[in-house]
Design a protein around this ligand. Structure first.
Ligand SMILES: [Zn+2]
Length: 363
């Protein structure tokens, strides 16, 4: 089953389970004339909404690329996750507003066996649904499903607190419903804000997953012709579409044909292993001036702000040396560069130097 099919199947299960709960609770609510149970039925109806939004998001995101959107529509999934997270935020705020007054003026509740049984069944069903949906979401990296599953889990925890408060009030005649409700509401609000922030990070563009970038670099370094892999840039257009670029250091004696063959093999290997579309650029390395290169590396090792140097190259005819420098984002790049430049010029004054700015974009 494809990722999209799994998202839709899981969401349909979510809708079905919620609708069964709605029918069940509405029937019992009307039969026992309990407003609380009838209201709970209405709440379950809105829970089906997050599953519907997940399906719509998955359908829209899965449209194939075209001329106006050549990278596809995968990022639409981020919007559906944000909408669901906002529904959870709203539910959290509502729970907070409802629970807060109950701390001071507890409801006079009169629980009967029937309503306790209904609450218990609903908790078990929602817990199972929440775990299932969240698990599938984590399995296929769908933030919308994770949010939708969390929504069900929060609902069951809220119901569980109602049940616990009911039992405590039956046996000990004290009402904890308000305090429990406030605590859980705050947890829900915090979780929904975290979800919104995490999804917005994906939209803004965040640092590539450390495990993925490290593995890609290691995989490229397996080619014997590659001295090193640098500047790995990864961009995502939704959870399923990652594109990027990388630079490799290779011997300057390789021909254009050798290089084309090598970079093609690298791109194919990375796509086969990680489904990442990678463009490979090159840095030519020669070892005739390795003494100067060693001096540059030696000087750089004296600066803890310097993360990496690569692409050291000597243009003999122009008496020019260039290399790429990655400085910590928090450090003063220009200051580090001018200090380094001073030191290396003192040591090898016969050359001009050009330090090229690179950024610490991936691990
Ligand atoms: Zn570079």
């Amino acid at each position: 089953m494809s990722r999209q099919e799994r998202i839709i199947k899981t969401s349909i299960i979510g809708i079905a389970v919620n609708l069964i709960l709605v029918a069940f609770k509405a029937f019992v609510g009307i039969m026992t004339n309990s407003i609380a149970i009838t209201m709970d039925a209405v709440n379950n109806l809105t829970d089906a909404l997050s599953s519907i939004i997940t399906i719509i998001g998955a359908k829209l995101a899965h449209r194939p690329p075209n001329k106006s959107h050549p990278y596809g529509y995968g990022r639409i999934e981020y919007f559906s996750s944000i909408v669901i997270a906002e529904i959870i935020l709203l539910a959290g705020i509502t729970a907070l507003m409802e629970s807060w007054p109950k701390i001071f003026t507890p409801d006079v509740t009169n629980y009967d066996t029937v309503s306790l049984a209904i609450v218990t069944v609903a908790i078990v069903v929602k817990l199972a649904l929440g775990y299932y949906v969240k698990h599938v979401g984590e399995d296929i990296n769908s933030q919308a499903l994770i949010a939708s599953g969390s929504d069900a889990l929060f609902d069951s925890v809220l119901s569980l607190s109602t049940l616990a408060a009911a039992l405590i009030s039956i046996f000990f005649h004290i009402s904890l419903e308000g305090i429990l409700g406030v605590i859980i509401a705050i947890v829900i609000i915090k979780a929904s804000i975290d979800m919104i922030r995490e999804t917005i990070d994906s939209v803004i563009g965040s640092r590539a997953d450390s495990e993925l970038s490290t593995k890609i670099k290691a995989s490229i370094n397996e080619f014997p012709e590659v001295y090193g892999a640098y500047d790995l840039d990864l961009h995502n257009y939704g959870p399923e579409e990652i594109q990027g670029s990388v630079h490799i250091e290779i011997d300057d004696s390789l021909t254009a044909l050798d290089i084309q063959n090598l970079t093609r093999r690298i791109s194919m290997k990375i796509y086969a292993e990680f489904s990442v579309k990678l463009t490979v650029g090159i840095y030519a390395i020669n070892n005739r001036f390795s003494d100067i290169r060693n001096d540059v590396y030696e000087i750089a090792s004296g600066y803890e702000e310097i993360i990496e140097i690569h692409a050291f190259i000597v243009y003999e005819a122009e008496k020019l040396i260039t290399f790429d420098l990655i400085v910590d984002f928090d450090a003063d790049r220009e200051e580090v560069k001018s200090k380094m430049l001073k030191e290396i010029t003192r040591k090898h004054p016969e050359f001009k130097y050009c330090i090229i700015d690179d950024y610490d974009v991936s691990d």
